[in-house]
Design a protein around this ligand. Sequence first.
Ligand SMILES: Nc1ncnc2c1ncn2[C@@H]1O[C@H](COP(=O)(O)OP(=O)(O)O)[C@@H](O)[C@H]1O
Ligand SMILES: CC(=O)N[C@@H](CCC(=O)OP(=O)(O)O)C(=O)O
Length: 311
Amino acid sequence: MTLKLEDVLIESLPYIRDFSGSTMVIKVGGNAMLNPEKDTAIMEKIIQDIVLLHYVGINPIIIHGGGPEINEKMEKMGKQPKFIGGLRVTDDDTLEIAMMVLVGNINTKMVSLINKHGAKGVGLNGVDSNLIVAAKKKNQKIIIDGNEEDVDIGWVGETEIINPGLLRIMIENNYIPVISPIAIDKKGQMLNINADTVAGDIAAAMGAKKLIMMTDISGVLRDINDKDSRISKIKLHEIDGLIEDEIISGGMIPKIKGAEVAVKSGVESVHIINGSTPHSLLLELFTDTGVGTMIFDEKEEETKLIDQMNL
Ligand SMILES: Nc1ncnc2c1ncn2[C@@H]1O[C@H](COP(=O)(O)OP(=O)(O)O)[C@@H](O)[C@H]1O
Ligand SMILES: CC(=O)N[C@@H](CCC(=O)OP(=O)(O)O)C(=O)O
C-alpha cells in the first residue's frame, strides 16, 4: 500500500511534537556515508535529513566516522590497517592520516553540505575547548598462537571527561555541531578515538533524548550471514551476553558499548540503523515502522508506563 503524502505528514505529527526541543546525537559511520563510487550522494541525503530535523525543532549533534577512508589512505601510503577489538592500532603516522581524513576532509565536507542546505554547520573535534579529554588506552590482551599477549595499540583514546559547554553554546545559537573523533589528553597529545565511543559519551553528557547510529547494516543481526535475522530490540541487560556469545563482533562492539553508556546515563533509546538506505533516519524517527535495532533500558520503560497509568 502506498501512503499519501498527507498521511505520511500526519503520521509524523506525534513524533515531531514529542521530539521538538530535544537534543539528538547522530553518529554517521564511515561505511554509511560513502558509497564505493566515493561520490557524496549518500552523505548529502543524510545531511538533508539532519537539516530537516533541525527545522522541526530538534537539536542535532553529529559525530562522524571515516574508518574506510582512513584504511584507503593508509594503504595508499603503504601501511596495513590493523584493528584490535574494533579499535585501530594507531602509530604516529596513522594518527596523522586519521586527523587528515577525519578533521581535514570528512568534517569539512559534512559542514559544507549542511550550509548548502540552509543551516549553519560548525566543524569541531575533541581538541576544541577540550571537548573530549581522553587517556591513552591501556595495553589490550589478545591471544596470539594460543598465548595471551599484552599489546600496545598506540595513540588510541579512552574518554575521561567531556566538556560540553561549547556544544551548549552552539545549540543555543542554532548551529549544528559536527564532531570528528579526535581527542586530547591532559598533556596535549592528540588521540584517535572511536566515533561510536564518542557518540555514546556525548549523548550521555548532553542528556540527549536519543542517539542514532547510522552504519552500513540494517541493525544488530543474530547471524551476521543472514540479513533477515535483525534483532529489533535489545534490552540493556542482554548486551554482555551478545558480546560473550560472539553474536556481536568487530565494529559492532564499540557501537553497542557506546549505546550502553548512553542508555545507562538516561538517554531514552539508541537506534542502530542502515544509513546507506536513503532517508532511514526520517523513517526511524517519524514513522511507526522501526527500521533498525533499538537499545533501551526495560526498567525505565516500566517506570514510564506506570507514570502514564497514574496520570
Ligand atoms: N551481530 C552483528 N550484526 C551486525 N553487524 C555486525 C555484527 N557483528 C559484527 N558486525 C559488523 O559491524 C559492522 C559495522 O561496524 P563498522 O564497520 O565499524 O561500521 P561504521 O563504519 O558504520 O561504524 C558491520 O558491517 C558488520 O560487519
Ligand atoms: C580508535 C579508532 O578505531 N578510531 C577510528 C575513528 C574513526 C571511526 O570510528 O570511524 P567509523 O565510525 O567509520 O568506524 C578509526 O581510526 O577508524
